[in-house]
Write a protein that binds this ligand. Sequence first.
Ligand SMILES: Cc1ncc(COP(=O)(O)O)c(C=O)c1O
Length: 369
Amino acid sequence: MRIPAFDLTRQLGELGDAIRAAMASVMETGQFILGPAVAAFETEVAAWLGVEHAIGVANGSDALYLALKALGVGPGDEVIVPAFTFFATAGSVVRCGARPVFTDIDLDTFNMEPEEALSRVTPRTRAILPVHLFGWPCDLDRLREGFSGPVVEDAAQAFGAEWAGRRVGGWGTVGCFSFFPTKNLGALGDGGLVTTRDADLAARVRRLRVHGATQKYVHAEVGINSRLDALQAAVLSVKLPRVAAWNQRRAAIAARYAAGFSAFGLGEVVAWPRVPAEVGHVFHQYTVRVADRDRLRQHLAQHGVETAVYYPLPLHLQPALAEYGEGPGSLPRAEAACQTVLSLPMFPELTDAEVDRVVELVAAFYGKA
Ligand SMILES: Cc1ncc(COP(=O)(O)O)c(C=O)c1O
């Protein structure tokens, strides 16, 4: 049995006709840049997330850049980011001419550790940029209590995640999402979103995504060209009403993995996510920390199970970002995570039998089957 880490074709089997029809209707309007499909999706997604403003942009990386730019982040500013995340989190800060300040993570949640993040605030700190990594919402209340400036949520991996009943993206000053095809809400190409309750900030992001134009060919400031594609917006409108059910299925898969690992007595060699009741984790990834990671990964691959390592190198040790960090050993938990994490197959269409097979293979590797 071959078990992929992620398989979009299974979802397209079920939704293909609806998606083709939605794309055909955009083709009939002839409006491929912004226009009614993008406006409709922005309205629907703002309501779904419970925010006043949602601005469709070209990808999640630009969402972060535009959010920071709209907040006025620039040279001389510092932005606190976790060291264990995708590159774009800190890349966006550098694109603004500011300095990323790396902070360590909590190994249980993989998220920025709030007290340590707050201890890195200086008079130059312009924003804190927490990431809801793998779909686990970060403790934004603690960050907001301890820091009065803007909190920019990198919610690229957390569409629909909740904390105490509140969806991420509407909780910080501004939220940034990615619709990369593998995301919980994924397009058939690139896409991204900026969300906020602040009307002025929303207007500035709208302007910055069209080269800072206030009207056609009149530019108030220098922005970029970064719009959500109309065809992708139409695809996303088809998928949006299904995301809650998909996220529930992801949680059920996570619970099945956890029950399986527990039944095989794997607690000493596999640290699986143990999510408190008030945390609405959406399991963009099902990431565990394991002993002898690379050999386990090889064993699973030999039996047809695809896995991934998100992420093998922390940001402070990335060649492009090392100048902002303090070198090996400076952020030990992020570095330890890079050596031990393994993301197991996770997507809503994964079957129970496939989950059980992965668990059995893991148990067999540790001699517990
Ligand atoms: C945490 C995080 N931030 C930002 C991004 C950037 O999103 P995109 O790939 O749409 O530019 C991603 C997605 O890849 C991500 O996982």
